[in-house]
Write a protein of this length. Sequence first.
Length: 210
Amino acid sequence: MSAKCVFIAVIILVATLQVPAQAQERSRAEVYTLEGLGALPGVAGCGCLAMGLGTAAVLAAWGGGSKATIAGAVALELVSAAVLPAAAAYGTARVGGALGQKGSTGCAVLGAYAGLPLAAGAIALGVRVMNDPHAPDLPGVAVPLYVLGGMAIPVGAVVGYNLGAKPEPGSSRPGLGGRLEFPAVALAGTELPDHSFEYGVKVRLAGLRF
C-alpha cells in the first residue's frame, strides 16, 4: 500500500512539473509541498533497499548462512540507510530547481541529515509503543509517530534547501540571517473579566521565519 502511495505521488509530481514554472504563479506552500514530494523517491528507494537487505541478513542468519554473507548484507543495509537523506535532498533540490527556486543543495543535504535522528527516534518510539502491552490505544499513538518519522527527513531537506537560498539583488526575500529572530523579552498585559489587568513577561529564546 505504501509503495502504491509513493508511486502515485511521484506520478502527480512528474505531471505537475510538465508545466513550465514560469507559466505558473505558485504559492510558497505549493512549492514547499512539491519539493517535499521530490524527496519521496530517494526515501522510498533507499528505505526499501535497506529493509530488504536487513530482511535478507536475518533470513541468512536463521538459515545458517556464512558470516561473510550476513556481514555484507548488514553493511549494505547501513550504507543504504546512510545515503537515504542525501538521496532525499537531491530529489528536493532537483524539484526546487525545476520550479525556478534558488535554494542550496548543500543546505538541503544538511537539513535532511539533521532530520535523521528525529526520524529514527520517532520510529523507534512508535515500535516501542506498539510492543508495549500496557499502553492503551496503540495505533492512535504509534501511527502519528510513524508519520513524523517518515516526514522528518523530507521536511528537513525542504527547510535546508530554502533557508540556504541567497536573495537575489533587489529581492525583498530575506536570506538566512534575515529570517533568524534572536532572544527577546517583552512586557505583556492581559485584561481579566473584572476589567483588571494582569501583567507578565514574555520571553522568546529564538525564532525562525520560514
